[in-house]
Design a protein around this ligand. Structure first.
Ligand code: PLP
Length: 484
């Protein structure tokens, strides 16, 4: 077919097949542990390897050029499908999510106003309603085939480009509840947010971005591992009001980014209820345990939250990005943003739902599509089985490390995040991590907890097992013993 607007559907089919073939090979190599996870190289070296300058000045890749470029790109990419990838909270995506990304790349259906993507918007509503049901809340009622129970309060929610934006959205909804005039008049300076110091940095960013300043993020009393202490929280809240400040929200981790530990959600939620405080559960990482019969108890009491953040791109096998902010009371979310943009809204809609009053983004990718495809292909059981396996592997790996001489683990894991160290020297942990990253065979992260530096493992890949980590520990011992 003739080329129109710079590309032809024939090229698309042929080059699409080529790229798909290269991608499938990349996944196969990762799964077979061929090559390393990633050898981190400097920008100039990578730019030269991909010949980026020439691509810009001399465009029009033919099939051979495209193959060469994608091969070089994949050779330098971080392979999360490799069992030795254990560094960051990014899912090992199901191929269904990648198909969703491909479809949305062709469709370019935006998710602010209904007519920009009615089918993808409908999928987003279905995903949000499904997540609400897992939290124990009512559906939004946006799909009349799935109404809330008669007389019950509809829930609310929207998908966002990441958990950071979801946390900001939840804080804006909390602010609207505490200070209804804040959108027009600015954030009252007497408001504070209370959360454990190990809360994800997106919470302090949200507090700072709202004009409160990070000094308005008050540390909730916590134990030596950073877990919130409900028995001491009441006195902390009293001190805040004695000082003439008002609590806008109390946040907890489910689970904490650095340690993977869950805060006591039920006790803190009940305290917030008694005092009429907005209760926020950051489940960006760990809310997915709600799907597991064996692990859901860790989120006991989540239904008492006012807002919950839940990332599908962390533990629901969905490619980045796909996160959700959910609220128990669906009327709370539109308060987060108040905008009369004449070019996008027309007041009451006759058909469908606009997401614009509930989300920060204007143009937003059809995030519901890719997660819906994963859910439809893997099923709830498949997603739950993946979580069970990751949690179980983490426990086995913790035993392996704790039993090995010269190594120590921070604590028993409560999720798929595990901190450990070799020897008793903070600088050694950094040296080990840098060396490992340079070699490229494994990938680890690190965290400072309790005043000490730890190597941090995030087991996102179900193929990462005791044997993989045994090899890693051997290598760490060799690095520790060497002086370079
Ligand atoms: C507990 C928690 N909340 C929020 C976030 C931010 O999520 P995102 O990376 O999707 O912006 C993270 C990311 O690691 C997290 O661990």
């Amino acid at each position: 077919m003739e080329s129109t607007k710079g590309w032809s559907t024939e090229d698309f089919r042929r080059q699409g097949e080529l790229v798909l073939e290269l991608l499938a090979g990349f996944v196969d190599r990762g799964r077979r542990s061929e090559g390393g996870v990633v050898r981190v190289r400097p920008v100039d070296e990578l730019a030269r390897a991909m010949d980026l300058e020439r691509l810009i000045t001399d465009p029009g890749l033919d099939d051979k050029g495209l193959r060469a470029l994608i091969e070089t790109f994949l050779a330098g990419a971080t392979n999360v499908h490799h069992p030795s990838f254990m560094a960051h909270q990014i899912s090992v995506p199901h191929y269904a999510a990648a198909l969703g990304d491909l479809i949305s790349g062709v469709l370019a259906n935006g998710m602010s106003v209904y007519e920009m993507g009615p089918v993808a918007g409908t999928m987003e509503i279905a995903v949000v309603d499904w997540m609400l049901s897992k939290v124990g809340w009512q559906p939004t009622g946006r799909n009349s085939d799935n109404p809330p129970v008669a007389g019950a309060m509809p829930g609310g929610g929207v998908l966002t480009h990441g958990g950071s934006l979801a946390n900001l959205t939840a804080m804006l909804a909390a602010r609207a509840a505490a200070a209804p005039g804040a959108w027009e008049n600015g954030t009252p300076s007497d408001l504070v947010v209370v959360a454990p110091v190990c809360a994800h940095y997106s919470l302090s960013r949200a507090v700072a971005a709202m004009g409160l300043g990070t000094s308005s993020l008050v540390a909730a009393p916590a134990d030596h591992l950073g877990r919130a202490l409900p028995d001491e929280l009441g006195a902390c809240l009293d001190r805040i009001s004695d000082n003439g400040r008002r609590v806008m929200a109390v946040g907890v981790n489910a689970c904490a980014t650095a340690t993977g530990l869950y805060d006591p959600i039920r006790e803190i939620g009940e305290l917030c209820r008694e005092r009429g405080l907005w209760f926020h559960v950051d489940g960006a990482h760990g809310a997915s345990a709600l799907l597991s019969d064996a692990e859901a108890w860790r989120l006991d009491g989540i239904e008492n939250a006012d807002s919950v953040v839940w990332d599908a791109h962390k533990l629901l096998q969905t490619s980045a990005l796909c996160a959700a902010v959910l609220v128990r009371d669906g009327r709370r979310l539109p308060g987060a943003f108040r905008q009369d943009a004449v070019y996008v809204t027309e007041g009451e809609r006759e058909i469908g739902v606009d997401f614009i009053p509930q989300q920060f983004e204007c143009t937003k990718a059809p995030l519901g599509l890719k997660f819906m495809l994963v859910l439809a292909l893997a099923g709830e059981d498949g997603l739950a089985g993946n979580i069970d396996r990751l949690w179980e592997n983490t426990r086995d790996i913790q035993s392996l490390i704790a039993d090995r001489e010269g190594f120590e683990t921070l604590c028993e894991p409560e999720s798929n995040i595990l901190c450990f160290r070799c020897g008793d020297d903070d600088a050694l942990q950094t040296r080990v991590r840098k060396r490992i990253m340079h070699e490229g065979e494994f990938l680890l992260s690190q965290a400072d907890v309790g005043g000490r530096r730890w190597l941090r493992m995030v087991l996102m890949n179900p193929l990462t097992d005791v044997a993989t980590v045994d090899r890693l520990l051997d290598r760490i011992e060799e690095i520790a013993a060497s002086q370079d």
